[in-house]
Design a protein around this ligand. Structure first.
Ligand code: HEC
Length: 120
């Protein structure tokens, strides 16, 4: 009984650890691939670019795979396809995980980062 509990606990911890890994990789990819420059640093979107934060992971994944395959029927989709072209399957998984579970970063934290903590 006790062994079983420990076993389940270890599985749970492993899952939490793997998820936070995917989140961090996704976040890193989001900034490294300039996704943030169009979709916004919090993936919040704008009048020109769609919001990505907290959309369904399966939806984001399908969109990115379609773009990567060059499915684009407008100029703005072609622009997006350019950025999806270089993503691996793993990249798409991690980006979709990060975006669908996106946690809002308070603006003050971002300012602190930019100003190296001398801002406040
Ligand atoms: C140059 C600007 C630009 C960059 C950089 C960019 N995107 Fe986009 N993205 C767009 C535009 C414009 C659309 C909307 C295309 C359309 O009309 O359907 C879009 C659409 C999307 C969609 C579909 C959203 C939806 O709700 O249908 C996803 C997912 C996405 N982008 C992810 C990314 C990721 C991940 C990156 C980085 C690898 C990225 N984008 C980089 C401009 C950009």
């Amino acid at each position: 009984m006790r062994m079983r509990f420990i076993f389940l606990f270890v599985i749970l911890l492993t899952k939490i650890y793997a998820d936070s890994d995917a989140y961090n990789r996704g976040e890193m990819l989001f900034f490294a691939n300039a996704c943030s420059s169009c979709h916004g640093p919090s993936a919040e979107g704008s009048s020109t670019y769609p919001r990505l934060a907290n959309k369904k992971s399966s939806y984001l994944k399908k969109k990115l795979i379609d773009f990567r395959e060059g499915k684009a029927s407008s100029v703005s989709q072609q622009m997006m396809a350019q950025f999806a072209k270089k993503l691996s399957d793993q990249d798409i998984d991690d980006l979709s995980f990060f975006l669908s579970n996106h946690k809002e970063v308070p603006v003050e934290d971002v300012q602190d980062d930019i100003l190296g903590g001398f801002g406040s």
